[in-house]
Design a protein around this ligand. Structure first.
Ligand code: ZN
Length: 413
């Protein structure tokens, strides 16, 4: 979806502001490129991208685009890969984020009558507090549990009769399995699950929906751009509407940086339109998706839809010269009803060759040898190389409360 007049004006205002900041990394980049403003689509497309690495280098407060007295809060993205990114927020940013998050709840059909059990983490993370602020803004009742303590989660779910559960897909799955195991399905009143920050396959979704009796909603967002809540799917499918009054979305070819037409898969690039504390222009998220072409039956076509995130552009595995995404493997596994929704991919270098081992779970009533062969053949047919398939007993692969790591590249360890 091409950038519109209003959005162009908003970007122009941000660009002018950043270009005037002597020490801001993007301001410097704009000055080097001789860019002082944006007045056309061509101007917009000539703006340089920015990367997470740029934000890291601005640590601790170099991203601030306002005087420090206007900053009311910071959040930080995980530092698992080095220096964390610190994102400063003004009061308007905090309010805007809550407005967006409340809109997400609304699209999911949550009302002030609902009770929302919040299990994502609080603190430097944008997760818990985002879910809570949006809930309060909407007028629903927040039950701010935070992560972990499954016993207590289940107790509150029953005693508080919560109607909306917010969690990562992995944790929702764990809860669904516990509800089933304890036979307490008839004691819970959940009707909706809102999940974010982790991609989940069709099979996992179905298992959670069946186990908890909920409708499934997927929220989109990242700490660098407010946090979760900049988009959510509506009741008409998996496409997530992204709020075009706050964020402009592009899809680019991750190799060449070229902007792709609607419908084509590539990397999501986001531009904030009204952010004060830390505006970002053409930020490369490395999330892979596409813009779903055409109209949505819900009628909110002013907010373009992105498809379910299928992975990270940096998750791309190159094996025997073939580009493979974990999502492709997951899609193939989903066609085997005999295996569970959990899997693990391990890449290793054995005897001078790259090898992919895929671990899947099944139960004792299946002929393991025969199943291994069928899975390996289907991967060969669909992707072009033969993996080693390893079958383990149901429940052996790790489940976690946070994002479950499913791909292990041991080739360069
Ligand atoms: Zn819709």
């Amino acid at each position: 979806m091409q950038i519109n007049e209003t959005q162009l004006k908003q970007v122009d205002a941000q660009v002018r502001r950043l270009a005037a900041l002597p020490n801001h990394f993007y301001g410097k980049r704009l000055r080097e490129a001789g860019i002082t403003g944006v007045s056309s689509v061509e101007d917009f497309l000539s703006l340089p991208f920015c990367e997470k690495e740029d934000l890291r280098e601005a640590y601790p407060l170099g991203l601030a685009a306002v005087p420090e007295s206007e900053i009311v809060r910071i959040h930080s993205s995980s530092g698992t890969t080095g220096t964390p990114v610190i994102v400063p927020y003004t009061q308007k940013d905090v309010d805007d984020w809550a407005i967006q998050f409340a809109r997400c709840y609304e699209y999911a059909g949550v009302t002030p009558e609902d009770r929302v059990q919040i299990t994502p983490g609080y603190g430097l993370w944008t997760a818990g507090i985002g879910f809570q602020a949006g809930c309060e803004r909407l007028g629903a009742m927040a039950v701010p549990m935070g992560p972990g303590n499954t016993e207590k989660q289940l107790q509150f779910m029953v005693d508080m009769q919560t109607t909306v559960f917010t969690a990562t897909a992995s944790y929702a799955l764990l809860i669904a399995e516990q509800v089933e195991k304890r036979g307490i399905r008839d004691q819970i009143k959940l009707r909706k699950l809102i999940t974010g920050s982790e991609r989940s396959g069709e099979k996992i979704r179905k298992r959670i929906c069946d186990g908890l009796g909920v409708e499934y909603y997927d929220i989109y967002g990242l700490t660098e751009v407010y946090g979760p809540g900049i988009g959510i799917n509506c009741q008409y499918g998996h496409g997530m509407h992204v709020w075009s009054d706050f964020v402009y979305v592009e899809i680019i070819d991750p190799e060449t940086g070229e902007v792709l037409p609607d419908g084509e898969w590539g990397e999501i690039v986001l531009t904030t339109l009204v952010k004060e504390g830390a505006p970002l222009i053409r930020f490369r998220t490395h999330d892979l998706s596409r813009i779903i072409p055409g109209d949505c039956p819900c009628g909110h076509n002013e907010h373009p839809r992105i498809d379910t995130i299928t992975g990270r552009s940096d998750d791309m595995m190159k094996i025997h010269g073939v580009n493979v995404f974990p999502a492709q493997i997951e899609e193939i596994l989903a066609t085997f009803p005999e295996v569970s929704s959990e899997y693990q991919i391990r890449l290793s270098h054995l005897d001078g060759r790259d090898t992919m081992r895929i671990y899947v779970e099944t139960n004792g009533s299946v002929d393991w040898e025969e199943l291994r062969g069928r899975i390996a053949r289907r991967v060969k047919e669909r992707i072009g190389f033969t993996p080693l398939v390893k079958i383990v007993e149901l429940g052996v692969l790790p489940r976690s409360e946070k994002k479950t790591k499913r791909v292990f590249d041991e080739r360069y360890d």
